[in-house]
Design a protein around this ligand. Structure first.
Ligand code: SF4
Ligand code: SF4
Length: 252
């Protein structure tokens, strides 16, 4: 006889030995469908022998509680709870080196599948994604606002406390050293190289149109707001510059 009300176990299917919070079945399915409907999914997953060759060659598997074989098996068997569980920590161990893809006899790409799971974690605003990406907020700010991901002025003890005491060894007269480099685009310390205004705005437009900024808003709203302000200014600067060019052309 059917019960009138579903039990907690019927509503929230989770691994009883996992620390992950219980998540509704609908949410688990939604997350899996986001991974599965990506155009790359069928290319990255063709079946799995469970042979473990990928894990044997995976550098991350040597150092972390992570196995590409396990990731592929979870997706291949559509283990929704296991997929969600792996997205809480394990998927962030992958180094994206793609050694696994080169070795798999089924032409799977476990690293590529991890990438899809990471994108889904970001899309769903999972805490694991926020925690992993938080230390990179300065790099993301630099990348999106200038078109560079790392600049010489960032290589200092404050910027990379995790590099330990050796960071002081790279403390150097950067402005002088950079001026000594022949290419003018490298005569800068605040960007890795000079990206002109037009290119910077074009790059930003690509990230805007492809949904990268929406993803950023999901995981770090403050950073998103700062970048929006910077890029609004850049767009205005570009418009002013284009008007000046047009005026100059009219005068000729
Ligand atoms: S993904 Fe490929 S290498 Fe890894 S266990 Fe499956 S068949 Fe083997
Ligand atoms: S891409 Fe990721 S899963 Fe594949 S071998 Fe490299 S670290 Fe391991």
């Amino acid at each position: 006889m059917a019960h009138a009300h579903s039990t907690r176990i019927q509503e929230f299917i989770g691994d009883p030995v996992s620390d992950s919070p219980a998540v509704g079945r609908d949410k688990l399915e939604e997350i899996f469908q986001d991974i599965q409907k990506d155009i790359r999914f069928d290319h990255e997953l063709n079946g799995c022998l469970n042979c473990g060759i990928c894990t044997a060659t995976c550098p991350a598997a040597h150092y972390y509680d992570f196995s590409p074989r396990e990731i592929v098996q979870l997706l291949w068997t559509e283990n929704l709870e296991g997929i969600y569980d792996a997205m809480q920590e394990k998927i962030w161990a992958c180094a994206q080196c793609y050694t696994c893809a080169a070795r798999c006899p089924f032409d799977n790409s476990p690293g590529g599948l991890v990438m899809l799971m990471r994108e889904a974690a970001i899309k769903h605003g999972m805490e694991s994604a926020k925690n992993v990406l938080r230390p990179f907020s300065r790099v993301m700010l630099k990348l999106i606002s200038t078109g560079n991901q790392l600049s010489p002025d960032m290589i200092n003890a404050d910027g990379f406390p995790d590099w330990g005491p050796n960071i002081s060894k790279v403390d150097a007269p950067l402005k002088v050293l950079r001026k000594a480099i022949p290419m003018p685009t490298l005569n800068t310390t605040e960007t890795a190289w000079e990206v002109n205004l037009t290119t910077s705005v074009e790059l930003y437009t690509i990230w805007e149109e492809t949904g990268v900024l929406d993803q950023l808003e999901t995981i770090d709203e403050n950073l998103y707001d700062v970048i929006l302000d910077i890029m609004d200014e850049k767009r205005e600067d570009l418009e002013d510059w284009e008007e000046e060019q047009a005026d100059a052309d009219d005068d000729d």
